[in-house]
Write a protein that binds this ligand. Structure first.
Ligand SMILES: [Zn+2]
Length: 561
């Protein structure tokens, strides 16, 4: 009792002495208010503000950064301290184009293999995950990796075999699926299950797949999906956010999925475009979202009257939502398929016009040397036909754009547009011909550009793999495929942070560590900015040891901090 009083007296004395630098302290007898008040100190905190200021401390009050500085910042007796022990901090990373909703809907316990660099890595990752689950639970990894990364050159890329999978996970059925629709592989328990459902499985666990569906892989996927509950989808969505936070990602712009048929023809990227958001909305209602999620609605109907898109635009409030969940726009398809063969279809034109007239943000992806020209030329025509300011203030975005040219960058810039670029896709499967995007050309042009993963079907979510590709231009086979278009590390990271606020129309709230912005940050496992401490090859291995979203800890590595 006496001790308590002595401490109270001392802290009251301390509060009086330091009142100069502090907000008015409360009498010690009063409980601390519920509002968050955290001092993060003793770090190398890269604010990514316009002058690239590095500070050692930030104070968070509520869900915002209150003070950012190099001197000892103010505290009260209610301030909690986080000592960074000299670690490097960056703003929470923003992925401006991915498919985290689809990732959350994967059947089984999704086990990301994005960072595996050998068959042993794959087996160890599965073994570690299996140890956390009751026997018999499904371990799955659907999309986001390529077998290119599993076997270092000169070995030939391959999946692990059934025998190898059995050696790592004898008590859990396993299903590893490449890309949208396979091929895939399973272990003995998985083989028994799929064979009972009449699906053909190779003696080595291989399951045929490819673009033509239904195929054995999509039939296997369908079997697993049919057993999934809403509770499973909620758990999967939480796992997806947890994985993101472990990489330092705090915000995602989700780009939807292909309209599901509910049959074995559906691949990894198909989802029910109405009920596919149930798990996300349930978690939101329970205040259980640990990442910020922004939504684009994907439309690809073939009716030229675009009744679904018309209904969406008529009935959904644009930009509705709050700091955790918010609607952004239409994309990455507007209507029909985007002009993938270099021709604008009538339904795509009609849909594009509808989005412009409704004043929404629109996003289309570009994959080929021809499609971005069709998209941007049509946007230009449409803009000229609309009353001023046309689409100029709607921030329309071309995504991926591996082959975009200076001429079309300039045209898009004049339309007030931006380009979302990615690295991980080219890293896992790019070649000397399938390379790009031209990071340097885009950065030099002055058009808004920001990074995304386009995870998690054809591309990993892991932003450090994307950054490795931006900085080195190297693919998973160690070949330099994007020479002349690489960026320095700080410019590359800026594309995943400060530059991405623009893509969400939230540049005043997200992307940098500045007073008034959301207190989202990642404490890194190593100093990404120091090429001595983190050689190029080690960029891929950077992780977050502590991630905050709105000042709240959403990931912590207890071994590190
Ligand atoms: Zn996408």
């Amino acid at each position: 009792m006496r001790n308590t009083r002595a401490i109270a007296l001392l802290s009251s004395l301390f509060a009086t002495l330091s009142a100069f630098a502090q907000p008015a302290p409360q009498p010690p007898s009063q409980p601390c208010p519920e509002i968050r008040d955290v001092l993060v100190t003793n770090g190398k905190i890269h604010t990514l503000n316009t002058t690239n200021t590095v500070v050692d401390s930030v104070r968070i009050v509520g869900d915002r950064f209150a003070e950012v500085g190099t001197n000892r910042l103010g505290t009260s007796r209610c301030t909690r301290m986080i000592d960074l022990e000299g670690r490097t901090v960056v703003p929470g990373l923003i992925d401006n184009h991915n498919h985290i909703v689809l990732l959350g809907l994967r059947p089984g316990h999704d086990t990301r293999l994005e960072s595996a660099a050998s068959i042993d890595d794959v087996l160890n990752t599965l073994r570690t995950k299996a140890a956390t689950l009751p026997n018999g639970e499904w371990l799955t990894s659907i999309g986001g990796f390529d077998i290119n990364q599993f076997v270092p050159p000169p070995g030939a890329p391959r999946f692990p075999t059934l025998a190898e999978l059995d050696s790592a996970t004898p008590n859990h059925p396993v299903f590893l699926q490449l890309s949208f629709a396979g091929p895939s592989v399973t272990n003995t328990l998985g083989k028994q299950f799929f064979e009972q459902a009449g699906i053909e499985i190779g003696a080595d666990g291989s399951i045929a797949g490819g673009f033509q569906t239904p195929n054995p892989t999509t039939r296997a996927l369908h079997e697993l999906r049919q057993r999934q509950t809403l509770a499973d989808q909620k758990r999967g969505t939480q796992d997806a956010m947890r994985y993101a936070a472990s990489l330092g990602l705090t915000t995602h712009l989700d780009e939807g999925g292909f309209p599901a048929t509910g049959t074995a023809a559906d691949g990894a990227a198909h989802m029910d475009r109405y009920r596919g958001y149930d798990a996300l909305l349930a978690l939101y209602a329970e205040s259980a979202l640990t990442n910020r999620i922004r939504l684009n609605f994907l439309h690809m109907e073939t009716d030229v009257a675009t009744p679904e898109l018309a209904a969406r635009l008529a009935n959904v409030f644009p930009r509705f939502g709050d700091d955790l969940l918010k609607i952004v726009g239409i994309g990455e398809f507007t209507a029909g398929a985007s002009p993938i063969i270099g021709e604008a279809t009538e339904v795509w034109r009609a849909g594009t016009r509808r989005v412009a007239e409704a004043g929404w943000r629109n996003e289309n992806h570009s994959l080929t040397p021809a499609d971005f020209k069709v998209i941007i030329d049509e946007w230009e025509r449409l803009n000229a036909a609309l009353p001023a300011p046309g689409i100029r203030q709607q921030r329309w975005v071309v995504a991926h754009a591996p082959f975009i040219t200076q001429e079309y960058v300039d045209k898009l810039k004049a339309l007030g547009g931006g380009v979302s670029v990615l690295g991980g896709w080219r890293y896992i499967s790019g070649t000397a011909q399938q390379n790009g995007p031209p990071f340097k050309l885009l950065a030099d042009s002055g058009i808004p550009i920001g990074m995304s993963s386009d995870g998690m079907q054809i591309s990993p979510m892991n932003p450090w793999i994307g950054l490795y590709y931006v900085v080195t231009g190297k693919n998973a086979r160690g070949e330099v495929i994007n020479a002349g278009q690489t960026l320095e590390r700080d410019a590359a990271l800026r594309l995943y942070t400060a530059a991405n606020g623009w893509f969400l129309k939230e540049e005043s709230l997200l992307g940098t560590i500045e007073p008034g912005k959301y207190a989202d940050l990642a404490v890194l496992s190593a100093d990404y900015f120091d090429a001595g401490a983190v050689p190029d090859e080690a960029i891929k291995s950077v992780r977050s040891v502590l991630t905050l979203v709105g000042g709240q800890i959403v990931h912590r590595d207890p071994d590190a901090l």
